[in-house]
Design a protein around this ligand. Structure first.
Ligand code: 9D3
Length: 247
C-alpha cells in the first residue's frame, strides 16, 4: 500500500516513519509513505500556499492551484486511489474506516493548515476525515493517526506475537486491567484470581472487568457489543438499564 501525503511540513512525518511498527512495515515493503511538499508546486517567489478568504473574515484559506498541481502530479504516476482531506468538518475516523482504507492499494492524504481549504479542492476529493471533536493546528497529526491505524492492519505489519483487531475493536468492550511482576509493588498487590491458575475463573473475571469498565466509561459501546445472557445479567446487577432495542 502507498500513502502520498500532501503537506507544507513534510518533515513532520520523520519520526513517525523512522520508528516502531511503521518503520518495520516500510522496510518490509508492506507500505510506502511519500510526504509531498506542497510548496514545490507553487510558482511565486514566496512559495505562497494560502490567501485571504473571499467574503472576508479572519484567517487564511489554502489556495487551490498548488493543491491541484500536487494532485495532478500524483495521479499522473498511475491510478490515484481515494483523495482524502483531513479536516475538522469531515466524517469521524474510526476502526471501520481504517479497515476499509487498509484494502486500498493507494491513498492520497491532504493536510490542511490555516482556517480551511478552498472548496474547489474539497470538491475534487473523495472524502473528508476528522479524527475527533477537538481543534488541531493542522491536518498533519490527523494524517499520522489515520496512517498508523491503517498500517497496523496490513498483512505482515505486526510481529508474530501481535494481533491486529480486524473489525471494530475485537470484543467491542474496553480492555480488562493488566498486571505483571512484581507481585507486590509499593504496597499494592495483584488480584488473587490472576494467581490462581484457574483459567476459566480468570476468563470470567476479565470479562466482568471489561463489562464494568465499559459501563462506567463508555456505555455507548454496549449498544453494539456482542453480549451473552450472562453478560446482560452481570450488567443489570451493576444497574445497567439498556440492552437491545432500547430507544
Ligand atoms: C473556526 C473553525 N475552526 C474549525 C473547528 C477552524 C479550523 C481549526 C483548525 C480549521 C482547521 C483547523 C486545523 N485542523 C485540521 O486541519 C484537522 C482536524 C482537527 O482540527 N480536529 C480533528 N480532526 C482534524 S483533521 C484535520
Amino acid at each position: 500500500m502507498r500513502f502520498d501525503v500532501i503537506t507544507i511540513f513534510p518533515h513532520f512525518f520523520d519520526s513517525f516513519l523512522g520508528e516502531g511498527i511503521v518503520r518495520r512495515a516500510r522496510e518490509a515493503g508492506i507500505v510506502e509513505v511519500n510526504p509531498v511538499d506542497l510548496r514545490a508546486f507553487t510558482e511565486d517567489r514566496h512559495r505562497t500556499t494560502d490567501d485571504r478568504p473571499y467574503g472576508g473574515g479572519a484567517g487564511m484559506v489554502m489556495k487551490p492551484e498548488p493543491l491541484f498541481k500536487a494532485l495532478d502530479s500524483l495521479s499522473r504516476h498511475g491510478g490515484e486511489g481515494p483523495v482524502i482531506i483531513l479536516s475538522p468538518r469531515g466524517q469521524v475516523f474510526n476502526q471501520r474506516v481504517a479497515s476499509r482504507l487498509a484494502s486500498e492499494e493507494r491513498v492520497i492524504l491532504v493536510c490542511g493548515r490555516y482556517e480551511g481549504i478552498d472548496q474547489r479542492v474539497c470538491d475534487r476529493a473523495d472524502m473528508e476525515l476528522s479524527i475527533g471533536d477537538y481543534v488541531l493546528s493542522g491536518g498533519e497529526p490527523a494524517a499520522i493517526v489515520v496512517m498508523d491505524a491503517v498500517i497496523r492492519l496490513l498483512p505482515g505489519a505486526l510481529g508474530c506475537g501481535e494481533s491486529a483487531e480486524t473489525e471494530s475493536f475485537s470484543t467491542g468492550l474496553l480492555e480488562y486491567p493488566h498486571y505483571t511482576r512484581p507481585r507486590e509493588f509499593r504496597g499494592q498487590g495483584v488480584p488473587e484470581v490472576l494467581l490462581s491458575g484457574d483459567h476459566k475463573e480468570i476468563e470470567r473475571w476479565r470479562r466482568r472487568q471489561s463489562l464494568r469498565l465499559t459501563l462506567e466509561r463508555r456505555p455507548d459501546l454496549l449498544d453494539d457489543a456482542a453480549l451473552s445472557p450472562e453478560d446482560m445479567a452481570y450488567l443489570k446487577s451493576l444497574g445497567y438499564k439498556g440492552g437491545r432495542c432500547s430507544s
